[in-house]
Design a protein around this ligand. Structure first.
Ligand SMILES: Nc1ncnc2c1ncn2[C@@H]1O[C@H](COP(=O)(O)OP(=O)(O)OP(=O)(O)O)[C@@H](O)[C@H]1O
Ligand SMILES: [Mg+2]
Length: 250
C-alpha cells in the first residue's frame, strides 16, 4: 500500500526549512506564536503552525517537546497563555468553554495518545459515541458505527468492552470513533503508536483515504517517520517551537 503523497522519495535537496510567519491568510487552522506553561514547565514557547483545508500534517519531534500540547491548543482543548488560534477565520482561543466544546463535538474528531475508550461501553458503543452526543438516535448511530469494524479488521469485536481488546484493537476502535461523524478536522495523537506495522499501514491508509475523500483536514502527531511519510507535510516541534519542513509536491 502506497501513500498518495509519500515523503519517502524526498531527498534532502527538495526539503527546505521555512520560517513560520504569522497568520498567512486562507489557512484553515492557524496557530500564531503560542506559549503555554504547566506550572514552571514551559510546554510551548512561541509555536506557530498553519494548516490548509484538506491537508494532512504530521507533527514530529522528541518526547516532551510540546507536540500534544500544540495539538490540544489547535483543537481548543487547551487555551494558550499567549498567542492566537484561528479556525476557519474564527478566534478559537477567545471562544467560551461551552463554544469550544460545541465546536469540538460538531466539527472535530479526536484520536488521543492513550486511546481513551469508555470502559463501560462496548466497542461499537464507543465508536457510536460522537453520533449519539450530537443527537443521532441509537439505531442509526450503532448501524453507522458497525460499518467501521470490517474496514479496520475488527470484525466480531463489536460487543467487546475496551478491557477485552488488545492495545492495537482499542486504538483502531478509537480511530473509528474519531472518524465516524465525518469531522472537518481529525486531531490524532500517535494513532499508530500501539499498532504493529501492518495495522499501522491499515490505519494510515484509512486516515489518508478519509482525508482525501471527505476533505478531512488531519493533524497527526507521530514519532514514526514511516507514518509521517503519509502526510502532505511534516513539521518538527523542538523545545516548544515549530520548524516547518516543506517537501516538494507534485
Ligand atoms: N498536564 C501537565 N502538567 C504538567 N506538565 C505537563 C502537562 N502536560 C505536559 N506537560 C509538560 O509539558 C511539556 C510538553 O509536553 P507534551 O505532552 O506536549 O509533549 P509531547 O511532545 O507530546 O511528548 P510525547 O512525545 O512524550 O507525548 C513536557 O515537559 C511535559 O512534561
Ligand atoms: Mg504527546
Amino acid at each position: 500500500m502506497t501513500p498518495g503523497h509519500s515523503a519517502a522519495g524526498r531527498s534532502a535537496a527538495n526539503l527546505r526549512v521555512t520560517g513560520h510567519g504569522p497568520g498567512a491568510p486562507g489557512k484553515f487552522i492557524e496557530a500564531v506564536d503560542l506559549s503555554l506553561s504547566f506550572g514552571s514547565t514551559p510546554a510551548l514557547r512561541g509555536a506557530s503552525l498553519g494548516v490548509a483545508k484538506g491537508e494532512i500534517v504530521a507533527v514530529m519531534g522528541p518526547s516532551g517537546s510540546g507536540k500534544s500540547t500544540l495539538l490540544h491548543c489547535l483543537a481548543g482543548i487547551l487555551v494558550p497563555s499567549s498567542g492566537e488560534v484561528h479556525f476557519n477565520g474564527m478566534r478559537l482561543d477567545r471562544l467560551s468553554d461551552d463554544k469550544r466544546s460545541a465546536l469540538r463535538r460538531d466539527r472535530f474528531g479526536f484520536v488521543f495518545q492513550s486511546g481513551q475508550l469508555v470502559p463501560e461501553l462496548t466497542a461499537e458503543e464507543n465508536v457510536a459515541l460522537p453520533l449519539l452526543l450530537s443527537g443521532m438516535r441509537r439505531g442509526p448511530a450503532m448501524a453507522a458505527a458497525r460499518t467501521w469494524f470490517p474496514t479496520l479488521g475488527l470484525d466480531g469485536l463489536e460487543s467487546r468492552r475496551s478491557g477485552e481488546l488488545s492495545g492495537g484493537q482499542a486504538q483502531r476502535v478509537a480511530l473509528a470513533r474519531g472518524l465516524v461523524a465525518g469531522p472537518e478536522v481529525l486531531f490524532a495523537d500517535e494513532p499508530t503508536g500501539a499498532l504493529d506495522s501492518v495495522s499501522g499501514e491499515l490505519v494510515m491508509n484509512l486516515l489518508v483515504t478519509a482525508a482525501r475523500e471527505q476533505g478531512t483536514t488531519v493533524v497527526l502527531v507521530t514519532h514514526d517517520a514511516r507514518v509521517a511519510a503519509y502526510a502532505d507535510r511534516e513539521v518538527v516541534v523542538r523545545d516548544g517551537t515549530v520548524s516547518t519542513l516543506t517537501g516538494a509536491k507534485p
